[in-house]
Write a protein that binds this ligand. Structure first.
Ligand code: PLP
Length: 279
């Protein structure tokens, strides 16, 4: 089954997809993106992902070239052409192609790329036993709520975590834990599910919001407030959320066990609720 790309209004195999070297996404990281998950052929929380794409694009002044209906139709067709019922879809929109100049001048046509790839799940042992994560200093900019294609700090953080034998890096800024390199972080303290509040220093995760809602429905108290690194180590449970990892229990942070060093009851409850919600 082929991996599919849609580039500026045309579908093609991913291996044949091309953009110009003058594209501002390539030259400057001047663009935004979304990643969404397809379960049994159907996009999960498409409206929320398209809403965040709109917000990211607006924040950096890129006019989105398609309506929500058009995005939905492109994604549906790309998924259907791929034949992958379980897939991940990336949408990337850059400011467009122009001779290299930091200042974007003249009218540019945004470059649109949509790709469909098969899902490669994390090993099931990580969900059963919990994952290792490592903290890293947050060297990112101060607009982390924009889902920018400029991901160098996230790439370096993830590499640093891998080198330390961890699957995810947790960004710490001024003593506070904000989020993972590709995930949001939630802790359990006194049976309450706690996560850092939305704002410019973290991405407003779609999975994070879904999980907070599911936890509340299940009678778990939920609080959005700052979390210190010290508090992280003292947590009863820690979990990560993200479009591809879904809900991932954390067993150890920097080698220090969290709680019993295994998925705790609130995490297991939330995981079960999430599995039921995604179908
Ligand atoms: N935070 C960052 C930095 C991310 O890159 C991601 C997803 O890739 C998330 C959080 C989780 O967001 P979502 O649940 O919408 O996938």
């Amino acid at each position: 089954m082929p991996e599919i790309a849609f580039v500026n209004d045309a579908f093609m195999p991913l291996s044949e997809a091309r953009v110009s070297v003058e594209d501002r996404g390539f030259q400057f990281g001047d663009g935004v993106y979304e990643l969404l998950r397809i379960y049994a052929g159907v996009p999960f929380h498409l409206t929320e992902h398209l809403g965040r794409l709109e917000q990211s694009a607006r924040a950096i002044g890129i006019p989105l070239p398609y309506t929500q209906d058009r995005w939905a139709a492109v994604i549906a067709e790309a998924v259907s052409r791929s034949g992958f019922p379980e897939a991940k879809v990336y949408i990337q929109v850059t400011r467009g192609v122009a001779p290299r100049d930091h200042v974007p001048t003249g009218s540019m046509t945004p470059t649109v790329v949509v790709t469909v790839r098969a899902i490669v799940p994390l090993p099931s042992a990580l969900y059963a036993g919990g994952a290792d994560v490592a903290t890293v200093p947050d060297i990112r900019w101060a607009r982390c709520n924009i889902k920018s294609v400029g991901l160098l700090a996230n790439v370096l953080a993830k590499q640093q975590a891998r080198d330390a034998g961890a699957v995810e890096a947790l960004f710490v800024r001024a003593g506070h834990v904000l989020e993972g390199a590709t995930s949001n972080v939630l802790i359990v303290r006194g049976q309450c599910l706690v996560t850092p509040p939305e704002g410019p220093l973290l991405l407003s995760g779609v999975t994070r919001r879904v999980v907070l809602g599911l936890a509340q429905e299940a009678g778990v108290a939920v609080k959005e407030r700052p979390v210190t690194e010290e508090e992280l180590y003292a947590s009863e449970e820690v979990m990560l959320t993200g479009t591809t990892i879904e809900v991932l229990p954390v067993a150890r942070v920097n080698g220090r066990p969290i709680g019993e060093g295994a998925p705790g009851p609130v995490t297991r409850l939330v995981m079960a609720r999430f599995h039921a919600a995604r179908g």
